[in-house]
Design a protein. Sequence first.
Lengths: 182, 170
Amino acid sequence: MVNVNAVPEAQAHYEQLYRQQYPRVMRLCRLLLGDAHEAEDVAQEVFVKLWQASQTETRAMAWEAWLTRVSVNACRDRRRSGWWKWWRAPRPTAGVDLPAVLDRYSWGSTPEEEAFSREVRGRIWRAFRELPARQQEVFALRYIEGWSTEAVADALGLSTGSVKQHLFRAVRRLCAVVGEEG
Amino acid sequence: MSRCLGDRTLWLLSEGEASREDRAHVVSCVTCASRLQRLEQTLHCLQSVLTGPPPEIALAQRRHVRRRWMASAGALAAMVMLAWFGGWWLRPPSSLPVEARQESIWPFIEGVSTALFPIVEVGFSAAPDRLSELADLQAALAGEWPCEGTEPLANMVCDDDTFALLLGEL
């Protein structure tokens, strides 16, 4: 016998997950891809997969962790296929209200301090983009998502020792960038 | 006094994973305590920056890198083309002098001309030099063709003579 309430329940659950998790998934994708448009594409793909999985999966799932894992994998796939995107015309980076963003994350109160902080933020972002993909993923999951080392290792299929190694290398390189400016 | 902690140990301390001795050292060492505090501040700074959207400068830098890459690829392609055409254009000249090269070319040109225009050449070189030939030729031009009235291909000897006369072989 078909449970007529199953579909509306699944849909309600999906919508709840979407509302709660979309900003987080979007932020993670943007961090790993460094491009708001690409991140939006990938986030949409991830939530399509979530919808498909929620239709078929009957077990109790930790959907938050599932979303993170799928997002990291999708971003990795997107980076790997980035060679052909290189030939596409560069799209404008509109969609991000840069003055508002810069004001929000501005540390200084004087114009000099604001310019300095903007410079530092640019350097930090560039340094992050220059990290190897694995170090980016580990750093994002550990420090941005706030996962434990064990959870990161489990999600990425690595040992905890390997995660710590990647994490320490990423921290050292990023700290060096901040230290240069400080 | 024990040695100051290494970077990795200090980072492990910030992760809450260092040993009891290392923690005790940080409590007693002002330098390491200061380093640990700075590391934690830096990590906090990194978290707050990377949680937000990438600033304009990072995107501009990426576009700049892309443009630079394209310019490099274009320059490389131009250099390859230049090397290709330059190598073809600036080939070392032959060691023979110009006159010698012309002399070596003329027989070839004459051979080609002979192959292409044999009749013209024959026409100029087949001037009759005997009186009998001249008489035959005049007779032919005056309509007194030696084989007139006969089928041209029926009398092969006559035809041979006629063609030989025209070709100057008699």
